[in-house]
Each structure stands twice: as C-alpha cells, then as structure tokens.
Design a protein around this ligand. Sequence first.
Ligand SMILES: NC(=O)c1ccc[n+]([C@@H]2O[C@H](COP(=O)([O-])OP(=O)(O)OC[C@H]3O[C@@H](n4cnc5c(N)ncnc54)[C@H](O)[C@@H]3O)[C@@H](O)[C@H]2O)c1
Length: 503
Amino acid sequence: MSRFSRRQFLGRSLVAGAGISAFPSLLRAAAPNETLGVVVIGVGGRGGSHLDAYASNPRTEVRFIVDIDESIGASRAESTAKKQNGRKPKVVRDMREAFESKDVQIMSTATPNHWHALAGVWAMQAGLDCYIEKPISHEIAEGSALVAAAKKYGRMCQVGTQCRSNPAIIDAMKFLHEGGIGAVKLARGLCYKRRASIGPLGDYPIPDVVDFSLWSGPAHYTDPQLTRQRFHYDWHWQRLYGNGDSGNQGPHQTDIARWGLGVNSHPLSVIAYGGRLGYQAERKDENYVDAGDTANTEVAIYDYGDKTMVFETRGLSVDNSADEELNRLFDSTRGNKIGVVFYGSEGYLVQRTYTDCVVYDKDLKQVRQFKGGGDHFGNFVDACISRRSADLNADAWEGHLSAALAHLANISYYLGEKHLVTEVEAKRVLDGVKSYDDNVATLERTLKHLTDNGVDLAKYPVSLGPFLKFDPAREIFPDSPEATALVTRDYRAGFMCPTADRV
Ligand SMILES: NC(=O)c1ccc[n+]([C@@H]2O[C@H](COP(=O)([O-])OP(=O)(O)OC[C@H]3O[C@@H](n4cnc5c(N)ncnc54)[C@H](O)[C@@H]3O)[C@@H](O)[C@H]2O)c1
C-alpha cells in the first residue's frame, strides 16, 4: 500500500496556480535581538495562556489583542500591561486590522475552531508566523491549506498540542520507538471526560458586547440566532463551530497515539459509532433536547494497514464503566481517564497526563515512569528566530494529520447519525472491521457505560456510521461522494478559506 508523505503533499499543493492573497506579503523579519511583536486572537479561555506565555518571554511582546467580545479584550489588555511593565497591547475586534500592522511578527490564536484555518492563512499571507490552537482545522481541507500556506510563505506554523514539548511524552515516545514494550500494533486514545448538558435547544439573546457576525466568520450567518444558553465555550458542542470532544480533547491524544505508532500519514479507513445520549436521564425529562449536536459518546476505529488506532470519547459519568485492565493501567477506578494506551508485545505504555507516562510489564506491574513538562510556546518562538521549521515540535503537518482524525471520525458519525442499530447489528458489523483491537469488546464496554448512565438503549440506540475508505494522498473518500463533500464546508462570502492549491 503506497503511503502519502509530507513531501508528496507539498508537491501537489504547490504545483497548481496562483494563490489568492488577502494581504500583500510584508517583509516582517525582525532584526536579530529585536523583540518580536505578537497579536493574540481570542483571549477568552485558552487565549489567556497565550498572553501569559508571550508577556513573560523576554523575546516577545504582546502588541495587539483581538477579541470580538469587547469586555474580554479590554480586561485582558489591562492584565497583560501589568505583566509587560505597562506596555499595553492595542485592542481590536477584527484580526485583519492587526495583520496590517508592521509592529507584529507573530500571530497566536485561540478562537473557536471554525476560525483557526482562515486566521492562519490570512496571517501567513500577511507574513506572520503562526501558533494555532488544536484542532488546527475545522475541516480536513483546511489543514491542507495551512500546510501549503506555511510552505508557500516560508512561515513557522506551530499547532497547540503542547504535549509535543513535554519531556515526559518525548522520552516515553523515544522509549516506545526503541522497542521498550516490544512491537506495538494498537494504540487506544481515551477521552473519558464528563460533560454535562449545555442546556436546552432554544432561542437565546446574543450578548451586546460581542460582534456575532465576526464571531460566526466562515460559518453560516443566515440569522443572528443563538441556540445555546452560554455564548462562549459551549460552541465546542455545536458542529457548525466545534468538533465535539473528539476534536477538542481528542487531538491531544490522537496526536500522541499517532506519534507513538510512528504513522506519518492519514489512515486508510475509518468507522465510527456513538450518539449524543443520556441527557434525558440526566435532566429526568424524556422529552429533553440538548442544544449540542456533536456526539458525546463516540468510538472511532482507524486502520493504518499494519496498525490500528482506536479513539473513545465518553461524556457521561465515567465512574465504574471502564474494564479492570484500563482501571489498573490508569491506576483509578473512578473519574475521568484522559490518555493513550499503547499495547506492546512486551507490555504497555500509558500516557496518563500531559506530564506523566508509565510503563507496565505484561503482568501490569509498573516498571518505569517518565515525567516532566516543557515550554511549547518557547519552542515556537525559538523557531521564529532560527527560521528553521524543523525546529518546531508540532508543525502544521502534524497538526493537520491529528486534527483530521477527529474530522474523519465525525464524517462517519454524521453520515450514520440516523442509522440506529441494535447491539446485535453493531456487533455483526464491527466484528467484520479489520482491527488489532477486539472491536466487539470495546463496543460492549461502551454500551455498558451508557446503560450504567441510565440510557435505555432500546429507546435511544447508538448510531453506526458507514465504514469509509480514505485516500490519504487525495484526501477524498473514493467510494463515498457524500463523505468527500464533508472534507470541506460551505463558506460564508468574505470568509472563504482557500484550498491548498490556492492559498
Ligand atoms: N491546547 C490546549 O490545551 C487548549 C486548552 C483549551 C482550549 N484550547 C483551544 O483553544 C480554542 C479556544 O477555546 P476556548 O475554550 O478558550 O474558547 P472560548 O469560547 O472560551 O474563547 C474563545 C475566545 O475567542 C473569541 N473569538 C471568537 N471569535 C473570534 C474572532 N473571530 N476574532 C477574535 N476573537 C474571537 C471569543 O470572544 C472568546 O473570547 C479552541 O480551539 C480550543 O480547542 C486548547
């Protein structure tokens, strides 16, 4: 089976015609020893860590803050000024204003997911280096566009999977690649992370302080209507903007799973099953409709030919519903389990937190541990100065491959949303899917988890997405035009993210 490499991809995306640039390319290289000016975009939640990182780094200074929420932008500018000896960043609502300034060399973004790729492409067209939060894209084609833009404009583009800079994970991956647990054919990523309902689907007011048109950006803006109670954060669970927990927590773990398995391309196929389940029981109202439309329970099986990755997302209470082996590997029977298990011929390696990995022998006796955190923002700044993209610990290509795993799973899941299945049918289909996992055992564990949480599977069955072959080189589903249509999205006029051949 031929594999698709980074080099082939770049060759393909850059052959085609003229790019469409929203910005004239500016010469922005800072003189040696000159402080690099930074614009941080989206400073509500995670953006706070971006601000702290650049404000505390002597080589950088935050000069612009962009947020469509005036109140957040203003208060972050005050707190940033205190960390920068009074140098207060300018606050604007529209990122394009900051991109036009010659005072900035770096763009760092923590907006909602649907804005990541377009912000990155615009910034690189304007000559800026980019740090883009995970998932780097909202759609598969957007990730390719970022890879192509970084190459075309010679920009540093780092994705916010910060585990890539943590010695605990770096050393554990090295140990794995050196055969520390023997041959590894299977990695299982876990996002067992409790997520309560985001409230009933409804028609809610948009806060006065936000610019909803700019917030919506590339997504639909047919009607300024908000269907969720809380404006910020809960967009993660609405598919127009977010990618569910498979695309939220998921990219941290699928990235590590892919790194450990040593696969540097897309998988050859995917199949996903799950649902947005259990909130009727949680709210004690059988007619309850939650405002989210991403899966809160999702299992995806990815085939890499000689290796398998499985990713499990669980949003209901995760107490008591893992099996004995997983409980022992995570050294806990209750609560969240967020990590990756590598199954080797000589033992197991478990990424248990962002700064802690443990090795077990085949008898589940702990034999080794790796610990330690690092500085992912610092690594990015190093590369901005060295001008060597090879210095980046998580470049656009890595970000693209890992984000695409969430998108691949969600495409199968969304296409299967209405295909509600009995346990018997699900077992029959999954038993026939090639995998180094025991697909049926994983399904049984998932169903037990749901029934433990009060889900009546006869009334609210899981849905099963189609098994989809994927062509890693062309980034299409050769047997499914409807899946291929979901590799991109319908962009709103004025907010179109170009494809890789047109960045
Ligand atoms: N690397 C990590 O560990 C980590 C942790 C948390 C979140 N994240 C990522 O960070 C991103 C943000 O997540 P969050 O939970 O902080 O979301 P959030 O909704 O809490 O914050 C997003 C902020 O972006 C602003 N915003 C939205 N659109 C904008 C635009 N067009 N221009 C400027 N500002 C805009 C919002 O007003 C808000 O302040 C997500 O992509 C998420 O996956 C990464």
